[in-house]
Design a protein around this ligand. Structure first.
Ligand code: BTN
Length: 229
């Protein structure tokens, strides 16, 4: 696939612009890029600080899979971002469920998946030159010398490759690559979200749900955050 990349200066949110374009009929593979956002959004209704110097993009995807498989796209996007970050910083980034990308235990990138009917809007934010202050988790940036445009181009190349792999071979290879970068099985995790749960990470089920071995037995978690890893 070739992405149709549209670059904006300042915009409310690339998610919102992508949704507007999608409603107007924009094709699968249309990508909205902004240099800054005035109303950047994170998961669970949080704000995403979006000054100049970072990567903000949203891709319109019409993957032709049932809604239950849409979260798989977040995992493959996480891998694509992690690989691009490794290339940019010469480091080995890690993934935290469901799809935060971490460097040395601090979050450098977040992914937001929104879908309506057959359209998925995949949003990616990467702290390249700046990072947010006053957030309730450790945050990091890649560094002031790193070029956001190069990171963005690398993410899109890798995203294209992983989307192709997923379309052809399904979720299994994505799940494997994700697990290789994630907290190891057995790690003690606290999950916050609809309810707070503690237990040991027991892997991902075939659909990407987090498996948690709790004192009360094995739980399958589809929504939430991993706190303080
Ligand atoms: C998270 O909470 O971890 C997800 C953050 C997603 C941020 C990106 S930046 C590009 C796109 N536009 C938005 O408003 N949000 C996403």
């Amino acid at each position: 696939m070739t992405f149709d990349v549209r670059v904006y200066g300042s915009i409310d949110s690339t998610q919102d612009e992508a949704a507007r374009l999608a409603r107007a009929g924009a094709r699968h593979g249309t990508v909205v890029v902004a240099r800054e956002q005035t109303g950047g959004r994170g998961r669970s209704g949080r704000r995403w600080e979006s000054p100049l110097g970072n990567v903000y993009l949203s891709a319109i995807l019409r993957p032709g899979v049932p809604p239950a498989r849409v979260p798989e796209i977040g995992f493959l996007a996480g891998i694509a971002v992690a690989e691009a970050i490794d290339e940019a910083c010469g480091c080995r980034s890690a993934l935290k469920w469901p799809n935060d990308v971490m460097v040395s235990g601090a979050k450098v990138s977040g992914i937001l998946l929104e879908n309506r009917e057959a359209t998925v809007i995949l949003g990616i934010g990467i702290n390249v030159r700046t990072m947010p202050e006053g957030v309730n988790y450790p945050a990091a940036r890649l560094g002031p010398e790193i070029e956001p445009e190069l990171v963005r181009a690398s993410v899109l190349r890798r995203l294209n490759r992983w989307l192709g792999e997923w379309e052809q071979a399904g979720f299994a290879a994505v799940r494997q690559a994700w697990l290789e970068r994630a907290h190891p099985v057995g790690t003690q995790l606290t999950i916050t979200g609809p309810e707070v749960l503690e237990g040991r990470f027991a892997g991902l089920d075939p659909s990407g749900a987090l498996l948690l071995e709790t004192a009360a037995g094995l739980r399958r978690i589809v929504a939430g955050d991993v706190a303080g890893l």
